[in-house]
Ligand binder design. Structure first.
Ligand code: AMP
Length: 192
């Protein structure tokens, strides 16, 4: 079964990270999405990897839909060239609008904001509240320490081993998108 992915919500750092690898990865993902005709839903800023990503989607002829909180908008964080933007009251509302608008989710490298957003969509899938695939773009092994912690959860019997495979983990943007499109929900119960 292949899913039709019209838009993907991408979570990523509002900083660019160390060196060039993360910036290049954000650009490559944006280009791949734009070329595949997959719209971007994201936090709406011009800052950090988010800005690089949106610029690349737009440069490749794609659509970028930013959803930003009132507070960040008032601080001048909105990207000026988006196809569409929404200004919402709270960060919470922003996250739920991003989830509604997207068919799938990707986290590029980022900080605690990125991780929090990704964990929300992973857990909503785990609980069966939604069936929209989520993937980590494992740029330069960025998410390996995180996956080691997930393995620790499994070893300590807080997470069924099958749930390690309930997200897509990929170092290549095109394979990551393809993995989301062919993803099949893991139906192993969460409770052991
Ligand atoms: P972080 O990984 O801590 O840099 O946070 C990035 C995530 O939090 C992004 O995916 C955004 O959704 C949100 N976020 C953090 N800073 C901003 C900002 N300046 N503008 C829009 N969204 C932001």
């Amino acid at each position: 079964m292949s899913r039709q992915l019209t838009s993907i919500a991408v979570y990523c750092g509002s900083n660019t990270g160390l060196g060039d690898a993360y910036v290049k990865a954000a650009r490559d993902l944006g280009t791949a999405m734009g070329e595949a005709g997959i719209g971007l839903v994201y936090g709406g800023t011009h800052k950090g990897l988010m800005g690089v990503l949106a610029d690349a989607v737009l440069a490749a002829g794609g659509k970028a839909h930013g959803i930003i909180s009132k507070r960040l908008h008032a601080q001048g964080h909105l990207h000026p060239g988006l196809t569409r933007h929404e200004i919402v009251d709270t960060m919470r509302l922003r996250k739920s609008r991003m989830i509604e608008e997207a068919d799938a989710f990707i986290a590029l490298p980022g900080g605690i904001g990125t991780l929090e957003e990704f964990m929300e969509v992973w857990t909503l899938n785990q609980l069966g509240e939604m069936d929209k695939p989520a993937g980590l773009f494992d740029v330069a092994g960025y998410y390996q320490p995180f996956m080691a912690f997930i393995d620790h959860m499994i070893a300590q019997r807080f997470l069924p081993a099958a749930h390690r495979g309930s997200i897509v983990l990929e170092p290549d943007p095109k394979r990551l998108i393809a993995g989301l499109a062919t993803f099949e929900r893991v139906s192993v119960p969460k409770w052991m």
